[in-house]
Design a binder for this molecule. Sequence first.
Ligand SMILES: Cc1cc2nc3c(=O)[nH]c(=O)nc-3n(C[C@H](O)[C@H](O)[C@H](O)COP(=O)(O)OP(=O)(O)OC[C@H]3O[C@@H](n4cnc5c(N)ncnc54)[C@H](O)[C@@H]3O)c2cc1C
Length: 552
Amino acid sequence: MGQPAILTVDDDPSVSRAIARDLRRRYADRYRVIRAGSAAEALDVLKELKLRGGRVAVMLADYRMPQMNGIEFLEQAMDLFPRARRALLTAYADTDAAIQAINLVDVDHYLLKPWDPPEEKLYPVLDELIDAWQAAGDQELPDVRVVGHRWSEPSFQIRDFLARNLVPYKYFGADEPEGRRLMEAADAGPESIPLVVTADGRALPRPSVQEVAAAAGLSTSPGRDFYDLIIVGGGPAGLGAAVYGGSEGLKTLLIERQAVGGQAGQSSRIENYLGFPDGISGAQLTDRARRQADKFAAETLNTREVVGIRTDGSARTLTFADGGEVSAHAVLLATGVSYRPLVAEGVAGMTGSGVFYGSASTEGPACAGSEVYIVGGANSAGQAALFFAKYARRVTLLVRGDSLESSMSYYLIQQLAQVANIEVRTRCQVVGAHGEGHLQAITICDDKQGTRATVECGYLFVFIGAEPRTDWLGDVVLRDEKGFVRTGPDLLVNGVRPRGWDRERDPFYLESSVPGIFAAGDVRANSIKRVASAVGEGAMAVALVHRYLEAQ
Ligand SMILES: Cc1cc2nc3c(=O)[nH]c(=O)nc-3n(C[C@H](O)[C@H](O)[C@H](O)COP(=O)(O)OP(=O)(O)OC[C@H]3O[C@@H](n4cnc5c(N)ncnc54)[C@H](O)[C@@H]3O)c2cc1C
């Protein structure tokens, strides 16, 4: 395989020559610097590289070009080389337009012209992009392939896991020709479904998500026995803490049982997170945060669930569901919340076969032409309705309350009202789910009309109430009646510190009833359930961990 490429495209020949010269000066020994004079020429070059099995590390495009601008070019180029890192070159006057466009297409950086001296303005950015490309696997590997059954829960679990962890994969039904070919090649019978074929050609019959994670190169075991800070939960709070912990020199471990990104990772578009005026998808935000945490050497453990916590003198020790322990000076609980199960006849048996908790974005295309129902009245349900309305024949939002106003943001209510195939029904509840092998109908009780009717339904997405699922903490830290972890001022009753508290000071703002165990984000009692506040608390927790460590 030849050297990977750095591609630059600019319609101004003198700029094009200058940037290629500067790039060659630093990278020519390791990378082939290719320059194109127009977006169309650059796309031709990329197509040829693709056919020849070439690799592209970085694509650097001028913003203002005739026929096709840099953003439009990068959008098309991403289809050919999705792992290549992307940067936009702009003149100062175009910065605003470029920033807005950057939020629509996932561009990693924008660079201002002129870039002199390159040692300060060009090379640091390029070095970072190249590092990110190498860290993600320095080649365009063939995708992981999954052979499964349309309505099988284990098949869904594997697809959902890969999608939420941003591992590219291709799915084939076991009855499709390519699915049959893969099964035959792996000597696999029906008992092996779902069958996962890794990028390097290994066949994994009915694998656990841990096996799939390991095969996809996601780390599943800690690199050391003892850390400064262990974070349990990889949602926005945990990722925020990992970035700050790592960047401030703490030996930091982040443990995630399912997929980093947490609830935010499931959001089709987060519109109110600072710095993204056109919104950002949960997957993009997660990808950026994960890379940022990696950059600062915070370790991430995937598919490991923490089920126990104890204090061993000054150490805080965590136990994993599948055995093993790991300890640290300080622990941050950032385990967020999970959806409450929908209790109605027939629903439990259909989970993964038409009934889904949260926004299973993998199901979007499969919903084409179907009747989709969404249960819930909060922002998460509203976002899901907008997402599935792009595919489904009709989306019906079933809300238990009298209106959406008390539970959903104004901007989302407005957006829902503008989509023709979305219907909102208030004072409605699902009381039954029916189908042979997969969901085909649901029974809805409509309190407003006083009716009960069974309607056709292929997909039911549930977004009701969120529970902290902190039972595993037992009596170690104080929790409120719903299971949320109490911290800081919430622990003081008439100024009295919690029982067993052995310090001369009050608990820090995000500290639990055990010194050195902190909580941030949705899992914390009385927290604000938002992405920005979770990220902020994650950052703040790290500052408090420093204070705690200084006093040790
Ligand atoms: C679909 C959807 C859309 C949303 N849209 C918006 C929005 O537009 N704007 C906004 O501000 N907020 C939005 N929210 C809310 C926002 O996502 C949450 O407030 C935020 O994600 C909370 O972050 P967190 O890190 O505290 O918890 P979470 O995001 O819940 O993450 C917790 C993580 O901990 C992991 N975990 C739990 N227990 C364990 C364990 N024992 N061991 C290991 N790992 C564990 C979980 O798997 C999870 O990944 C949305 C939520 C949803 C579901």
